[in-house]
Design a protein around this ligand. Structure first.
Ligand code: UD1
Ligand code: UDP
Length: 376
């Protein structure tokens, strides 16, 4: 029997760790599974816990209004260290690139407990974009024992950094596992009924490095395009970050055929994606989900660590310049050829069985020794 501590704290981590928790818990003869949420997000995390019926054993409840990176890091480090002292897990699983993941992995490193990194190996090679996520994922990978890489590209990034091939497993992305549980043909919702007579644009934005001038430019471009296109409607389930909300209200209030709504729970959001015409976002996870659904995405960021969506033709990196976003968004609405070229469903991120592969590798007696020989 192995004790596995799974730590996560934000909405996207929770969505992508939920299939792993489910798989671990279904193998109760092999694993004692302990879930620790940091509560880096509160309401947006709770929406996911409720959607996937996960009751955590520990909730560190660290969130504060407009929290700083240093505050979060120190609270997670101390909080997770207490849990490690009590549970003495055989392995700690963290996900991706958030402050929760970085600090939880560091706490495990300090206690010399092996770390498995789910969604390892994503890179932009620009330490400031996305910020601070590129640092977080590189720092976790410096000392992880097992790398669960979602794609071959992620594996190659790790190999190029000298990580041992024996410690890397290409699994697919657990986002696809989650997506297969949420989308439904018979889904219905009042906001979708409102948009039924038009092409629906779905918008999200939250990145720290975009807050300030880039986000003003993004929203101004969106406003101009929506004002010029009477045959589209847009829905923006807005992140709870007060700074994002301030900028969005300043730039988008009063716009016709536009609804700013509270964050959707994951089941609703995935079905809104499925019903949409196209998506504008600076999100990471949405770049993984949209190709499966065949929904074109304009990625309002300077860099992406998910080149697979671009290579598949579904995602396009448009940066944060107002005129570039305006031109690209306009063209995608006005050119059926351009739209069709992007709207092909393809799935570069896996087959929906990533969680099973991860948990198979963790099974007691498995031969994966990990980067430092202490994983099995
Ligand atoms: C965090 C992650 C980012 C990830 C994003 C997903 C870091 C540094 N950033 O960024 O990588 O892409 O989550 O959404 O780890 N808030 C609430 N309720 C919530 C969630 C947030 O009120 O449920 C507000 C709080 O005022 C909080 C602020 O939003 O202080 C920012 O949250 P934070 O987790 O620091 O940053 P995100 O932009 O959400
Ligand atoms: N999402 C959600 N509700 C929303 C907006 C997004 O459930 O209102 C989901 C989305 O499907 C994806 C994840 O949240 O799985 C992305 O989270 P976010 O954009 O906050 O973070 P990132 O992926 O950029 O780290």
């Amino acid at each position: 029997m192995k004790t596995v501590l799974v730590v996560f704290g934000t909405r996207p981590e929770a969505i992508k760790m939920a299939p792993v928790v489910r798989e671990l818990r279904s193998r109760a003869e092999a694993f004692h599974t302990v879930v620790c949420v940091t509560g880096q997000h509160r309401q947006m995390l709770d929406q996911v816990l409720s959607a996937f019926s996960i009751t955590p054993e520990y909730d560190l409840a660290i969130m504060a209004e407009q929290q700083t990176l240093a505050e979060m890091t120190s609270r997670v480090l101390i909080g997770v260290d207490d849990v490690l002292a009590k549970e003495k897990p055989d392995v700690v699983l963290v996900h991706g690139d958030t402050t929760t993941s970085f600090a939880a992995a560091l706490a495990a490193f300090y206690r010399q407990i092996p770390v498995g990194h789910v969604e390892a190996g994503l890179r932009t090679s620009n330490m400031h974009s996305p910020w601070p996520e590129e640092f977080n994922r590189c720092a976790i990978d410096l000392h992880s024992d097992m790398y669960f890489a979602p794609t071959n590209q992620a594996r190659d990034n790790l190999l190029a950094e000298g990580k041992p091939a024996s410690a890397i497993l290409v699994t697919g992305n657990t986002a696809i596992d989650a997506l297969l549980q949420t989308t439904r043909a018979e889904y219905s919702n009042t906001n979708l009924r409102w948009a039924e007579d038009s092409r629906l644009i779905l918008i999200t934005a939250h990145r720290r490095e975009n807050q300030g001038a880039p986000m003003h430019r993004m929203f101004r471009a969106i406003r101009r395009v929506l004002e010029e296109h009477p045959n589209v409607k847009a829905i923006y389930p807005i992140h709870l970050n007060p700074e994002v909300r301030r900028i969005a209200h300043q730039e988008l209030d009063g716009l016709d055929r536009f609804r700013m709504i509270e964050p959707l729970d994951v089941v609703d959001f995935h079905n809104f994606m499925a019903a949409s015409h196209l998506i504008l976002t600076d999100s990471g996870g949405i770049q993984e989900e949209a190709p499966s659904l065949g929904k074109p995405v304009l990625v309002m960021r300077e860099t992406t660590e998910r080149p697979e969506g671009i290579a598949a033709g579904t995602c396009e990196l448009v940066g944060t310049d107002e005129d570039v976003i305006y031109n690209q968004f306009t063209e995608l609405l006005d050119s059926p050829q351009r739209y069709e070229a992007m709207a092909n469903a393809s799935n570069p991120f896996g087959d929906g069985h990533a969680a099973a592969r991860i948990v198979d590798a963790l099974m007691p007696g498995e031969q994966h020794k990990g980067a430092h020989g202490q994983f099995a």
